[in-house]
Design a protein around this ligand. Structure first.
Ligand code: ZN
Length: 342
């Protein structure tokens, strides 16, 4: 029997990136208005993206954005496409950003009572609009707290995939969002504890963490002082420099991420290394998990305001690497086979 590699490529499916992200000033969604201005330019290339997955017969968990900021706006726009993906055996889950209007901007809510309400109401909106209850979730910005985990379980979410082991951020873009703490979390799948979302306990919900390459230090989301300063205050100029040096980054093969996240800014070299590590693990143990995430909106090139062909090639390279092997690839169709400890 061939060794098994469970491969879940999570799609955080939402509007264009916000306009406070470097490069997206013109075409990004505006989160500085009480009535946010959402843009969905990327969705015109959605079919080009699914065509890549079809080539490999890969089915994904698509996490459709629903929360108290976007309400049902995205679901309504994407309902036809999401239903058609479902009919083609893809899995549709929920993607929740815990944003609230602070009087000036939409900001990540760190109040745990409010977080509970946001989860409850978001799941209700999803159910009312889509006609079914979501069973899988990924939180916006990989955010998590004990309250969020408990609220997800209460809403009968079976699997959450927000954990990125080791990630830590005290807030990007002037504390607007990206407040996360996955330091010292488990790295295999686990049923969390009600008092410690990062570690094993006896909750029913199963946490499936994003894969992280061994021996690689994560350079963006860590608890270091320099990162804290960059993330909070200097993100825009720093990311502008990075964006300008795109070709050079490809050439030197640099990525600050140790986790499996596909980004148009960084080299995919760490991801390829991770794929090899996981394949070896599958051959040794009979099975292994390879879990990644990406943003479908990256298929839209914000500068050229057209298709990002380079992103499609990068995605194709990654999938070719995964599928060219003597291991059996199991995708989201087999997600409920995954058990604790894997
Ligand atoms: Zn998101």
């Amino acid at each position: 029997m061939k060794p098994k590699l469970y491969f879940l490529l999570c799609a955080d499916t939402e509007d264009n990136h916000p306009n406070y992200i470097a490069g997206w000033e013109k075409v990004g969604s505006n989160y500085d208005e009480k009535q946010p201005i959402f843009r969905y330019d990327w969705t015109k290339y959605w079919d080009k993206l699914t065509a890549v997955f079809d080539r490999f017969d890969l089915k994904l968990p698509w996490f459709a954005r629903t929360d108290m900021c976007i309400l049902d706006d995205f679901l309504k726009k994407a309902k036809k496409q999401l239903k058609s993906l479902m009919e083609n055996d893809h899995l549709i889950g929920i993607h929740i950003h815990t944003l609230y209007w602070d009087g000036k901007i939409w900001r990540q809510d760190v109040n745990e009572m409010n977080q509970k309400k946001i989860i409850k109401n978001s799941v209700r909106i999803f159910k009312d609009t889509m006609g079914f209850h979501p069973a899988v979730s990924r939180m916006g910005w990989n955010a998590m707290t004990n309250s969020i985990m408990i609220a997800l379980e209460k809403e009968n979410i079976r699997i959450d995939m927000s954990c990125v082991p080791g990630y830590h951020s005290a807030g990007m873009y002037g504390e607007r969002d990206n407040i996360i703490d996955w330091q010292d979390s488990a790295s295999n799948t686990y049923h969390p504890s009600g008092t410690d979302y990062k570690n094993k306990g006896n909750m029913k919900i199963l946490e499936i963490p994003i894969s992280v390459a061994r021996g690689k230090k994560n350079m963006i989301f860590n608890a270091g002082m320099l990162n804290k300063i960059i993330n909070r205050y200097l993100h825009r100029p720093v990311s502008k420099i990075i964006r300008k040096s795109g070709k050079m980054i490809d050439y030197i093969g640099y990525s600050p991420h140790s986790a499996f996240t596909i980004s148009p800014f960084w080299s995919n070299r760490n991801i390829i290394k991770l794929i090899h590590q996981k394949k070896d693990e599958a051959k040794k143990n009979g099975k292994a998990l390879l879990i990644g995430y990406f943003h479908p909106c990256d298929i839209f090139d914000a500068k050229k305001q057209g298709l990002n062909q380079r992103y499609i090639s990068g995605m194709t390279d990654i999938l070719s690497e995964i599928y060219s092997s003597d291991v059996e690839i199991l995708d989201s169709r087999k997600i409920y086979e995954i058990k604790e400890g894997e």
